[in-house]
Design a protein around this ligand. Structure first.
Ligand SMILES: Cc1cc2nc3c(=O)[nH]c(=O)nc-3n(C[C@H](O)[C@H](O)[C@H](O)COP(=O)(O)OP(=O)(O)OC[C@H]3O[C@@H](n4cnc5c(N)ncnc54)[C@H](O)[C@@H]3O)c2cc1C
Length: 468
């Protein structure tokens, strides 16, 4: 999908405003929260990172337990933050995936995973290395959940948090600015299927998928075609009787049994399901299934955020947000990091964080709220004109590099490296051609060599910003 370009408000840089140092609350210590903390502190702000878990890493903390509601829709369920499954390896190469100023290079230590597409534990190790290298741990309040973030008169923010071990004592504090980085892969999105309430089989969302064992000898219908859907369907096919994939994007000529497997079948979207267990697909094929796995994505969710409806989530559009980051009338004192998806998130959140940090200090000037609002409206109008549904507002894909480069220019940083762009596309192509083996067989070794050469300049001056 091509996201249309939007007219861009000319920026003014550098600003003549004197540098301001602000007291900033960062909500979440995943990859995005950590890099936001680093950039904010480098800019001279005073930073507190709230993290409800006892460690950093967010998504990358594997939890073998699952939620009490396997579909993840029951509001009173026990919430488990991470959606990782046991076998997960990264779907981006470590060169593309890593922060620009702290490359994700293989570490030559006994229990580290040096593979180019490593297992999930290696990413958590990398994030811990990042925290250690930049001494960010002292900024994080672990085991502290933010319960409420509210706009106060005068434009400051009340942040109410609670220590999870504390027997329920609330702590209220006032901050100049809030950066929201609470992740967006925890609240499942479920496809609407006629008849599903009466369907007798078991259903889970991929958020609660960990290992294939519960699918042994079952007939499984899996909805979706994302990277996780591909991994999970292949893994389940190793133990299940049959796996039937329902895909919105597959071409008609691809429907039927996949030639590489004995037991994986590709279908169109589901038309309806019936009380006797039958699942009917739009291409008129049907199967009597035992289980449905919904690999149907996630919803943005900010249960703590109260902005007097200045920011809303409508059909998964968080808005209005200028460049997916600032609500125009609250900029720069409220910001969101990491909303864009189908991207290489680490470099993207690094650029977003630099822009926020510079805007908060006044070193980087934002357009006026009216100009920002006009830009947002033009963006929404262009999505509509291209027939792109609201729920894809933050979906970027190939447009991410243009977006990153725009942010980089705003911050006075060089654009994304050419090898990174080429490698991203090479991996996407390779993944399509060999979905099960792309992590171990590739043809872009020349780009790996370019990346490694490029990394030397960051490895030799870790701790310094490349934009200086
Ligand atoms: C299955 C899966 C596979 C993925 N694979 C890849 C991959 O291969 N490569 C890649 O680059 N990306 C991948 N991603 C994307 C991944 O989510 C990002 O890499 C990145 O980890 C997102 O970081 P984040 O900081 O935005 O969010 P998270 O990592 O989700 O961190 C958010 C943090 O906020 C905390 N939090 C939430 N609410 C509160 C609150 N109220 N108070 C205090 N703390 C709170 C959470 O505990 C968490 O620590 C994958 C995602 C999924 C779900």
């Amino acid at each position: 999908m091509n996201i249309p370009k939007t007219p861009t408000v000319p920026f003014r840089f550098p600003s003549t405003t004197p540098i301001t140092h602000r007291k900033v609350a960062v909500i979440g210590a995943g990859a995005a929260g950590l890099v936001a903390a680093r950039e904010l502190r480098s800019e001279g702000h005073s930073v507190v990172v709230f993290e409800r878990e006892k460690q950093i890493g967010g998504t990358w903390i594997y939890n073998p337990n699952t939620e009490s509601d396997p579909l993840g829709v029951e509001p009173t369920r026990n919430i488990i933050h991470s959606s990782l499954y046991a076998s997960l390896r990264t779907n981006l190469s470590r060169e593309v995936m890593g922060f620009r100023e702290y490359p994700f290079v293989a570490v030559d230590k006994g229990d580290r995973d040096p593979r180019r597409f490593p297992g999930h534990r290696e990413v958590l190790e990398y994030l811990n290395d990042f925290m250690g290298e930049f001494e960010l741990g002292g900024l994080v309040r672990f085991g502290t959940e933010v319960k409420h973030v509210g706009l106060m008169e005068g434009g400051k923010w009340k942040v109410r948090s609670r220590k999870r071990s504390d027997g329920g004592e609330d702590d209220d504090e006032v901050y100049d600015a809030v950066v929201v980085v609470n992740g967006h892969y925890t609240e499942p999105r479920i496809a609407e299927i006629p008849g599903i309430d009466m369907w007798p089989g078991k259903q889970i969302h991929s958020h609660n998928y960990r290992v294939p064992d519960p699918f042994r000898d079952q007939i499984v219908v899996l909805i979706g075609s994302s990277s996780s859907a591909v991994d999970i369907s292949v893994e389940i096919a190793g133990v299940a009787k049959e796996v039937h994939i329902s895909s919105r994007t597959a071409m008609d000529e691809a429907f039927g049994k996949l030639h590489r497997y004995n037991n994986i079948h590709l279908h169109s979207v589901i038309e309806s399901v019936q009380q006797d267990g039958t699942v009917v697909f739009r291409d008129e094929s049907a199967v009597c299934g035992d289980m449905i796995v919904h690999c149907t994505g996630y919803k943005y969710h900010f249960p703590f955020l109260k902005t007097n409806d200045i920011v809303t989530v409508d059909d998964n559009r968080v808005g209005p947000l200028y460049k997916h980051i600032f609500p125009p009338v609250l900029a720069p004192l409220l910001s969101f990091v990491g909303l864009p998806w189908k991207v290489a998130p680490f470099p993207l959140v690094e650029f977003q964080s630099k822009w926020i940090a510079g805007s908060l200090s006044g070193r980087i000037s934002l357009p006026t709220p009216e100009e920002m609002m006009k830009d947002v409206e033009a963006f929404y109008a262009s999505l509509e004109a291209s027939g792109i549904p609201k729920r894809y507002t933050h979906k970027m894909g190939n447009y991410q590099f243009e977006y990153n480069d725009w942010l980089a220019a705003e911050c006075g940083c060089p654009p994304s490296e050419e090898w990174r762009k080429e490698m991203y596309h090479a991996t996407s192509k390779n993944k399509k051609a060999r979905p099960e083996t792309y992590r171990d067989e590739w043809e872009d070794q020349h780009l790996v060599e370019q990346a490694q050469k490029d990394f030397q300049k960051f490895l030799s001056k870790a701790g310094h910003s490349s934009c200086m």
